[in-house]
Design a protein around this ligand. Structure first.
Ligand code: A2P
Length: 324
């Protein structure tokens, strides 16, 4: 898909990004997946320090550029994120520099604060885990992330990141961030799919020139525990795909792009990596039909509260399950 958006600072961002999260992925899996993605045309890679595979992403990009001299580093949009235990000013700087080394590049296109939670570290390489098996939350820095954001702004000024933003931020958190930001966040990456359209947060972002990015846009593989429903098994959504000869994933990706935000599908399967990137035409009628499925749904699949010992979305706890 050639759709792109423009961030509030004028930086262009490809509308479909390739998600590189590999849950306990085998060594080499990310390298293969990213290589396939670049070959079939993706020009946006969504990475994170926490995914522990930036070295494979970096190698895949380097080898791809070498084999395809007409494509330059600046043609590829690379995002990465700082993990919770590195929210202190110097640690944020350390985190991006560490990511840049692994990614084998001297700048990223986008750098995000991965979660609105600051936690104690156990050296640079990992968070400290408390006796209850959970992260040790740094209350002050979590409640006031100004120090963290100043470091993000510093990296932006130094042009080590062409844009900066956040991930998993709520409206309340964004309001606070906007109150002290000298550089406003360009992006908020959040979970969005038809079972969690996240309309209020998405609208808030648009209103404040923050581009939303959708993770788990396919609704993951999870079930709503109370009803057993799955996005992938929703009859209406499957009917829309079938009657047009599209895959369900293509419909969900097109729905997100049409709602105006970045969509980040991930797959380790070459055929699905390729088909997910093919753009399709979603008719007005089908677009409205997906909106109708999404109406009044608030089901969150990704909630790290059991790992963190801290719930980012307390008001929605009743809908949350853990998928860590
Ligand atoms: P696979 O790697 O086997 O393709 P989400 O980003 O919503 O959490 O979803 C990611 C999951 O969706 C992955 O497990 C991936 O599995 C699967 N997936 C990706 N693309 C497709 C597709 N086109 N059809 C079905 N499942 C898909």
């Amino acid at each position: 898909s050639g759709v792109s958006f423009t961030l509030s600072n004028g930086v262009k961002i490809p509308g479909v990004g390739f998600g590189t999260f590999a849950n306990e992925g085998a060594k080499g899996e990310t390298y293969k997946a990213v290589t396939t993605a670049l070959k079939v045309g993706y020009r946006h890679l969504d990475c994170a320090w926490f995914y522990k595979n930036e070295d494979e992403v970096g190698q895949a990009v380097k080898d791809f550029l070498k084999e395809n001299p007409s494509v330059k580093r600046e043609d590829i949009f690379i995002c990465t994120k700082v993990w919770n235990h590195l929210h202190r000013y110097d640690d944020v700087l350390w985190s991006l520099n560490n990511s840049l080394k692994k990614l084998q590049t001297d700048y990223v296109d986008l750098f995000l604060v991965h979660w609105p939670i600051a936690a104690e570290k156990d050296g640079q390489e990992q968070p400290k885990i408390g006796p209850d098996g959970k992260y040790i939350i740094l209350k002050d820095l979590t409640e006031n992330p100004e120090e963290t954001w100043r470091a993000m702004e510093k990296l932006y000024e130094e042009k080590k990141a062409r844009a900066i933003g956040v991930s998993n931020w709520t409206i309340k958190g964004l309001e606070q961030l906007l109150s002290f930001a000298k550089v406003k966040p360009h992006v908020n990456q959040i979970e969005i799919h038809p079972f969690l359209p996240n309309n209020e947060l998405v609208d808030y972002c648009f209103k404040h020139d923050i581009l939303p990015e959708a993770y788990s846009p396919l609704g993951s593989q999870n079930q709503v525990p109370t009803t057993g429903e799955k996005v992938s098994e929703n009859p209406t959504l499957n009917e829309i795909a079938k009657k047009n000869g599209y895959t369900l994933a293509q419909v969900l990706i097109a729905w997100g792009l049409r709602r105006g935000y970045v969509v980040l599908p991930k797959s380790s399967n070459p055929a699905r990596i390729e088909s997910n990137f093919k753009s399709i035409d979603l008719s007005d009628e089908d677009f409205e039909a997906v909106n109708k499925v999404a109406d009044n749904r608030h089901f969150r699949f990704v909630n790290m509260k059991d790992t963190f010992g801290y719930d980012v979305w307390p008001e929605e706890a009743k809908n949350a399950i853990s998928t860590e």
